[in-house]
Write a protein that binds this ligand. Sequence first.
Ligand SMILES: [Zn+2]
Length: 265
Amino acid sequence: MKLHDFKVVRISDTKIGTVYAICPFCADTKGHAEVDKVKNVWHCHRCHRGGRLATGNSQSKEKVAMRELSINWDDYLHSISPQGLHARYLERRGFGPIQLKHLDPRYGPSSSKVYFLVRDDGGYFRYVVGREITATSQPKWWFPKGTPGKSHFLWHTPGFSFSPGGHIVIVEGIFDAVWGINRVACFGTSLSSCQLNLILGWDPKEITIFLDSDAAVKAEEMALHIFQKHTLRIYICVPPWGQDPENVGAYGNEFLFDTRRRVFG
Ligand SMILES: [Zn+2]
């Protein structure tokens, strides 16, 4: 048996790398086969068959699985259990109930990852961003078939409603965007023309660029890019060295207004 021979029905809340799947050898319909993707073994609690999983390049298999799933991500991405490892990982990163509500974290194809939905301006789900539930993990992105790249979208909290003439804060990732009002994540340190048009479409009076401490130069470039397209007041805020907007999150937008620097307008 190989991992992708199983039809996964549930992800374990308590065991990392473990999923429950339909056993292909008995009349199981509920997901009695426990598949441990870390130890590469499986066991059916109904018919007691089991054994080792055939291994190979698991990375590329996971990619294939992701592609296969891409047409019905919506069915697959269940909300995480508040008592599970995924919730504890997010709590360790400092997120409280309000931030967790905004992030709306989900389970997905890999039980050691937590996933978040990215929606377009109309609130429709467009793609998925996720990461391993380890302290040093980097975000990864998955796009359903036909979805344009991440440079076409921005992430903001579900309740985001912007009044023209107001203030927009541009941050890198969704973990930075949940700490204050009017924040949008552009998924990197530069802004695509498409993302800039989305922002200018809200008609803000001023913009603050709030990137990680290692992206000071990119922040200057972004400010110039915006100002060349539209003359408005632009500020840059770079947190103290080694910090990023997530680390100073608890200060919310207060931190921004205290430390930002006006560069244009
Ligand atoms: Zn069985």
